[in-house]
Design a protein around this ligand. Sequence first.
Ligand SMILES: C[S@@+](CC[C@H](N)C(=O)[O-])C[C@H]1O[C@@H](n2cnc3c(N)ncnc32)[C@H](O)[C@@H]1O
Length: 381
Amino acid sequence: MERLRFFATTVIGLEDIAAKEVENLLNGKVELDMGRIVFEGRPTDIYLLNLKARTINKVFIQLCHSKFVNLEDIYKLAKSLDYTWIINPEQSFAVRTQRLGLHNFTSMDVSRVVGQAIIDAYTDAARKRLKVNLDAPDVEIYCLVRDDEFLMGINTTGSSLHKRQYRVYNHPAALKPTIASAMLKIGGYSSESFMLDPMCGGATIPIEAALEARRIPPGKWRSDFAFLKLKVCSPREFEKFRAEILAEEDLKNSPVIHAMEKSAKHLKGGMENAKKAGVYETINFKLGDATRVEDYPDVKFDLIVVNPPYGLRANPKEGVRRLYESFLKTLRTKFTDATLVLITAASKRFKEAAESVGVAVIDERKIWHGELLTSIFTCKT
Ligand SMILES: C[S@@+](CC[C@H](N)C(=O)[O-])C[C@H]1O[C@@H](n2cnc3c(N)ncnc32)[C@H](O)[C@@H]1O
């Protein structure tokens, strides 16, 4: 079967976690780049990754990766490609460009030049002028211009996979599910783990754990994948594939997953999200304060994964340090030798709190959560 070159985008700082996940899913080698991973696969891997991958944002079929000097080079590179195997003559397309570095042209210029090159190449090959539709194209072409590097690919995903369909309650400080899933992987989560999120908010972390434990693919609820319109994919083949993947679900598995939250409103919202994700009955929800030993469930947890407040909104920074200290003290009192995986943008405050309480930080990994530089800490209680 034909092999394709792919790249997939992920959160900057989580490339190795995404690479490992894709290596496991495809049983092949994956290379790392900044904010993306690169690999080879079969056309059907488009279905597999979009349905099952938990830590990537979008999957692209790579069309071109080359050095360039000026816009004319970019035109020549894009014009030299064959698009007839991927776009039907009656389909519309759009080019979206991301530009990083210093150039004497804009990202709009790149989109315009590449768009013209695609029209010219298609007209030469198939005697048909393709339509451009910038608002709702059938096929979206992505270009990255980074310094003297030009990368071009076809978006097989559509909108990012981090937008899980189960989020009916939007917590104001919700964590991206792809990051939640990566944190679980960092903590070595398995369906055998005794896992707790003691500040669960909208329950992203416990829901991602339950989906993983029950082998429920996070793309299960999506029907708007961009690949459904690509010439290399077939909706019928996808339906068959999807049915096979859904047959792997293990809905009888009862993992030990607990979620605690001090706000009744957020707890209720988290429960709604869990219901929508079909994992409500696998998660033990509890109203409680993570700084109070007596509020914790009487379970010997071995993994605590948490996204506490960063102190950027309501709490001033000193307040957040006090919260971190009192939370870590409580964890130390209640659990010995548990792994704690915690994400925060207030990394200095967290490190000060960990040091003053005597919690050992084993690892700190910097990642971008949207516009915010955050750290994922791995600690032992
Ligand atoms: C950043 S949010 C968590 C968001 C969540 N990960 C999500 O994706 O929806 C932090 C949550 O911690 C809760 N919280 C703050 N202090 C707490 C405490 N002492 N005990 C329990 N929950 C607390 C807040 O109410 C808030 O919902």
